[in-house]
Design a protein around this ligand. Sequence first.
Ligand SMILES: C[S@@+](CC[C@H](N)C(=O)[O-])C[C@H]1O[C@@H](n2cnc3c(N)ncnc32)[C@H](O)[C@@H]1O
Length: 232
Amino acid sequence: MGKIYGIGVGPGDPELLTLKAKKILDSADIVAVPVKEEGEYSTALEIIRPVVDLDRKEIMEVVFRMHPDEEERKKCRQAACELLADELRKGKDIAMITLGDVSVYSTYMYVNDYLAAEGFETEIIPGIPSFCSGAARAQVALMEGNEALAIVPSARENAALKTAFDSFENIVVMKAGNSIGKLQQMMEERDIPLSHATVLSRVGMEDEYIGPLDTDREYSYFTTVIIKKEGK
Ligand SMILES: C[S@@+](CC[C@H](N)C(=O)[O-])C[C@H]1O[C@@H](n2cnc3c(N)ncnc32)[C@H](O)[C@@H]1O
């Protein structure tokens, strides 16, 4: 039986791939690439391309459709896991790549749980999460001393964001591309200076933007915001 690895490849810069991730990617028979539809561009695959010899690998797209119906999504995930299980039964080792770290909003955790429950050997190799990489690029601390940090998924989720503003010194807002205006408004309502927010967009990728909230800019899906209520 083969083994499946969930590999965090970091947020963009191939040099942030860990030595362990590279070693496993080099030795795996199959690199599995999660996509929402066949033929979709994969940022994770582009991250490893300069450092892993993909010509010698079988690349397997694994489709996880974002169907509005939860039952349909579940069926799709199960079908994807069964395809992976077929390859594991043939004795092939699979490295399934994921952007950033595997434990942060990644479909791989479902795959891991499913295949482990089926009796397959699984292992997770952590990657550098986008918000840690972004904090480093912006040269800000995510928390210091006894401070706490809340990580919330986009300003559209108002309740979580309000709790974060009320109870935490530091907030990381992920999936924030469409929420920059909303964040600005919430900070103004709470008298938090806008200079206390740093936008991290496409960190480690071409056209990276690290700077203040700027509602005149368009932001991609790969956008995260760090808000430090008390400032730097
Ligand atoms: C589905 S989550 C994946 C998170 C990823 N597993 C991690 O550890 O960062 C996608 C979100 O991660 C953040 N993200 C991922 N890559 C990024 C990058 N290069 N620059 C800024 N934010 C990024 C954005 O907030 C994006 O909406």
